[in-house]
Write a protein that binds this ligand. Structure first.
Ligand code: DX5
Ligand code: ZN
Length: 210
């Protein structure tokens, strides 16, 4: 299992050190960008995301929780950006996927807990990553919604059946128990905020998830 610590739950007064503390064992750093409209919260914008990209060599996994991703994609196109993920509930997401690919980055599409896999079916062959939310997006520290496991299974079956190559990533409510359930369902990357950052020995937590 690949692990992407979500920087949203880090201590922002001490960000460089917080990033350093999760570098060992991490496959990506998950970077949540919010616009205050798509979700009822604001995290940080591209400027801080850019600074994050400068203090670590770990590749960035950027999650855009915004109404108009086309306005944001170019602003988070850093040298170390690996994935840019947009939501299937946002505006012009199909064009957004094209734009991400045009920039030479890997494209992800995310579905909220109430969005069925059917909606994104036509795009699966173009995607490098499908992000399944384990909670309502916007805040860390929520409980994993168990019904999302069926979506992970469905995406894993479709991947096998059609030979698709996307990663299946799960974000929200991840801990040792839910990560195991996600792995069994076919997930390949888990994002974890609270589980990693609310614990002193972060390396140990990352290894547990792996
Ligand atoms: C939620 C964010 C997540 C969040 C996960 O909207 O997309 O990345 O930080 O936090 P935990 O792991 O605490 O659920
Ligand atoms: Zn996220």
């Amino acid at each position: 299992m690949k692990v992407a610590p979500s920087i949203l739950t880090a201590n922002f007064t001490n960000l460089a050190q917080e990033i350093k503390s999760v570098e060992k064992g991490s496959d990506y750093i998950h970077v949540d960008i919010m616009d205050g409209h798509f979700v009822p919260n604001i995290s940080f914008g591209p400027a801080i995301a850019g600074q994050i990209s400068e203090v670590t060599d770990v590749l960035l996994d950027i999650h855009l929780m915004v109404d108009y991703p086309l306005l944001w994609i170019d602003k988070v196109n850093f040298k170390t950006t690996e994935f840019i993920t947009v939501h299937a509930e946002s505006n012009r997401y199909a064009e957004s996927i094209k734009r991400i690919k045009y920039l030479g980055k890997k494209a992800g599409l995310c579905i909220k807990p109430s969005t069925p896999v059917d909606i994104i079916m036509p795009y699966l062959n173009q995607l490098d990553l499908v992000l399944v939310m384990g909670v309502e997006p916007g805040y860390g520290g929520q409980m994993f919604i168990q019904s999302q496991l069926d979506k992970i299974k469905m995406l894993a079956d479709l991947k096998k059946e059609h030979g698709y190559t996307y990663e299946i990533e799960v974000d929200g409510g991840i801990n040792a128990t839910t990560a195991k359930q996600c792995a069994e369902a076919g997930a390949t990357i888990v994002v974890a905020g609270t589980y990693i950052f609310n614990f002193e020995n972060r390396e140990e937590r990352i290894n547990t998830l792996k």
